[in-house]
Write a protein that binds this ligand. Sequence first.
Ligand code: SF4
Ligand code: SF4
Length: 131
Amino acid sequence: MYMLKNVLRNLSGRPATRLYPLEDREPFPAYRGRIHNVVEECIFCSSCARLCPTGAIAVDSRAGRWEYDPFLCVYCSVCVEKCPTKCLKQECTHRTASVGKFLVSRTGTPRVKKAKTEAGERKAAAAETGG
Ligand code: SF4
Ligand code: SF4
């Protein structure tokens, strides 16, 4: 009789847990999720790669390539906190499930090349105005 009462209560009441995957929970605003590099602002200084405790980031400062292995990342945020240009961001969404491994690779202009281009542009502008 005691058990029947329990069964009836459970059948008529609300479910005790969220009906995942039909019902998803929105992440908290401060949730530390997917890593994203706004590569246009990256200076390829390698700080993130040096400080990452799991070796999830590799930076080729000459080629201007930034690589990130989401399967090695433990989402500790060290790289995001120490990035000098704040181009590394941590989105408040989970990394989605995947059946295979992959690397995230972003390419941009290395710092030296960027400085040379900017100096060249300044020189050309000065020559145009006769300054
Ligand atoms: S992401 Fe930030 S810390 Fe990493 S190489 Fe680029 S500028 Fe440096
Ligand atoms: S969040 Fe932590 S583990 Fe992940 S890439 Fe950044 S430093 Fe490495």
